[in-house]
Design a protein around this ligand. Structure first.
Ligand code: NAP
Length: 256
């Protein structure tokens, strides 16, 4: 089991496991940086080679399944769990729900709301990646912004050309075209420039919500279709979509 890095908490501090890997988790840990009474332990899957160092303590790596997570909660005397993982990280969320039920430890899901379609948008809504693969028009030039794990599914579309953007270098077969290892651009003007330089005529995106909207706005400005993959369904658990609301939940729970 991976070690927990960082200074030992104060005696009597309440330990919160924060399942992270998102901007929201990073910001939530930051909000409690100067509160020694709350011991935030951020957990990352370990997919990113040099992640930003969050405030508080940190552990990196899987728990060994849902039962492993439940055992971690008990052995580390965790008093609350916040699942602030990405909306498409469905397995760890299911594990968190199971582990919280098994141990009786309170759980909150902090999960972004999806982006909403505007009148100008030309979205082709699809329920999953497989449908997205088959929905790409024949011979399209595609900005593929679905992340490193999902991009290989498009490799079978040999009739298309893909500008595949990912934050880490690929570790599997990539679709035909060019790979761009970078973060999404911050504004729609820059996304427009990227798309026109590469003669893109279709965008594929997960409906992650939150940051990364610039490419969707740019596609709308340029009149391009976006194949938009819906978020997986959420399990039945208490849920908020805003970092501040998660902070309030922690404070109420501990009477702070
Ligand atoms: P996933 O499919 O839901 O989870 C797969 C396995 O990875 C889990 O069973 C768990 O392993 C481990 N895991 C996932 N998140 C973890 C965490 N925060 N701490 C410790 N172990 C974790 O997850 P995923 O889609 O691969 O995402 C992995 C991480 O990347 C998450 O932290 C997520 O927030 C972040 N992320 C995902 C996406 C996306 O599109 N999926 C985008 C941006 C960031 P064990 O069963 O061994 O415990």
């Amino acid at each position: 089991m991976p070690m927990i890095e960082g200074a030992a908490p104060l005696e009597g501090a309440r330990s919160v496991l924060l399942l992270g890997g998102t901007t929201e988790a990073f910001r939530l840990a930051q909000l409690f940086a100067n509160e020694p009474g709350v011991d935030i332990i951020t957990s990352l899957a370990g997919r990113t080679s040099s992640p930003r160092q969050p405030a508080g303590r940190l552990r990196v790596g899987g728990f060994g399944g849902a039962d492993g997570l439940a055992e971690f909660l008990v052995s580390e005397s965790i008093q609350a769990v916040i699942d602030a993982t990405h909306p498409f990280a469905a397995t760890i969320t299911d594990h968190a729900v199971y582990a919280a039920q098994r141990t009786g430890i309170p759980l909150l899901l902090l999960s972004r709301s999806p982006w909403e379609k505007t009148e100008q948008d030309q979205w082709i809504d699809v329920p999953d990646i497989e449908t997205a693969v088959s929905s790409v028009p024949r011979r399209a030039r595609v900005l593929l912004a679905v992340g490193r794990q999902e991009a290989p599914a498009f490799a079978k579309r040999m009739d298309c050309w893909f500008l595949t953007r990912m934050m880490e270098p690929p570790d599997a077969l990539v679709p035909p075209g060019k790979v761009l290892v970078e973060r999404p651009r911050d504004n729609a003007d820059e996304e427009c420039a990227l798309m026109s330089d590469n003669r893109i005529n279709c965008v594929v995106s997960k409906n992650s919500g939150g940051p990364g909207y610039a490419k969707i706005e740019a596609a709308s400005w340029m009149g391009l279709p976006v194949i938009m993959v819906a978020q997986p369904p959420k399990p039945d658990a208490q849920r908020v979509s805003i970092v501040g609301d998660a902070a309030v939940w922690i404070r109420r729970l501990f009477g702070l």
